[in-house]
Design a protein around this ligand. Sequence first.
Ligand SMILES: C[S@@+](CC[C@H](N)C(=O)[O-])C[C@H]1O[C@@H](n2cnc3c(N)ncnc32)[C@H](O)[C@@H]1O
Length: 454
Amino acid sequence: MITDHRPWSEDPLRAPLGAETMLSTGELDFLHWLGKSQYSGTGRVVELGSFLGGSTLALCHGLSQNPAWTQPLLAYDRFVMFNDQEGRYTHIAAPGESFLPAFRRNIRAFSDRVTTRPMSIPAPTPGVDHTEALFPEREPIEILFIDAAKTWPVHITILDVFGPRLIPGKSIVIQQDFKWATVFYLPLHMYQLRECFEPAFDIPDGASTAFRYLGNINRHLGTLWQPTDFDIAGANAVWDAIDQYWGEHARGDLIHIMRLLRAQHLASLGDLDQALSVIESAIAAAIRDDASLALEAVRYASSGLRKNSDAMSNSERLIALEHTAAASIDALRSVRQGAAVRALLGRIDRAPNAPRPTAFLFGAGQIARRILALDKAKLPFKPLAVIDDHAPLEDIAGVPVIRPSDLAPHAGADLLVIASDAHADALEQRARAIFPGNTPIVRFDRPAPVAHHA
Ligand SMILES: C[S@@+](CC[C@H](N)C(=O)[O-])C[C@H]1O[C@@H](n2cnc3c(N)ncnc32)[C@H](O)[C@@H]1O
């Protein structure tokens, strides 16, 4: 059973990462923690899908603090820019261009400890063993980070080539796309391989789930499920079993996302009607359980299905699903932010006649707005300014919003209040970098240290 214990959040990655990344803060902290305190040096660290080096750097920052790290990390990617619909990376390379120079620049601090493998992991080819081309070392692997299994056949090649090198009872395999809204073959294969892998860690703010290797993968290679192995009845039977399996091994978003992935599988088999019914009941359960990652996944998956669907009636159902998911996400977020504001204000204790401490708020988002919309005379601190790298507004309810560079030299406050729930870690790092002394930092999720009046 995956527990709620998350040791990586107690020792987060504090160094600036040094690369743009698609991973969440929790995923980066997890990789850092894995490298720093779990890696024993019995095998290689292999990363499939490095992109600009975000995951590489998170691993390296951790590994470099671990004396057991002696062999270079192997970083695989085709390093060719994909067609990103939102155009988020055009400043790095145009679609079809290499981003290898950017990767090399980003990881330069670790260049002698990373072996870069610019290659495309192919689909299986009958009669061909891809091991010689992909992993000629054939050495034991202790950490296998998989973020390149973007198609069903490529996942089979990855398991065929790297699976037999895992160390029974020791290796950790991170499936970065395990809870991604559309990648349903990962849970299918990991269920098929349930005697070989046990669920070990789940990262709640990202799509990653990690497994510990138990052994015996060779028994299954060659018979791993392929798309043509399923009809609707067969798919439903396997997803019933997967539902039950994860009900016994995890909680929260993961279970809801597995239900959504069943729908994706059914849609890929041509039964969009049944797929939509599955999503409609999954969404109701996700709302009930406050599973916002699952609702995000519903929204993303519905819009993907809508683009591929031409039947008008389905299109209306899909639009309704997208809207329900979006409205539920907004409602849940609002409830959560309200709770974070109450918690944050409740953290600041003050003796009845003591003067109010002064405070800088970090982050000009919803939480800062909610706090500053309250009666300022009744706040447990006197807000001096909101500090935000982007300073999107001039002021919030009369309190100036400034960039760190706008601060007067030697500016100070009694407290640094982190006005965010979702980005509290990142904002805390920024606050400490800007005020390196020991001004107390107040977060919604931690008891506040005592303020010393400046
Ligand atoms: C989601 S990105 C990885 C994100 C990265 N781990 C990070 O920290 O931001 C997926 C990467 O996998 C690579 N990729 C996808 N399919 C691949 C394949 N078959 N062989 C090699 N690389 C592949 C892509 O080029 C892309 O850089």
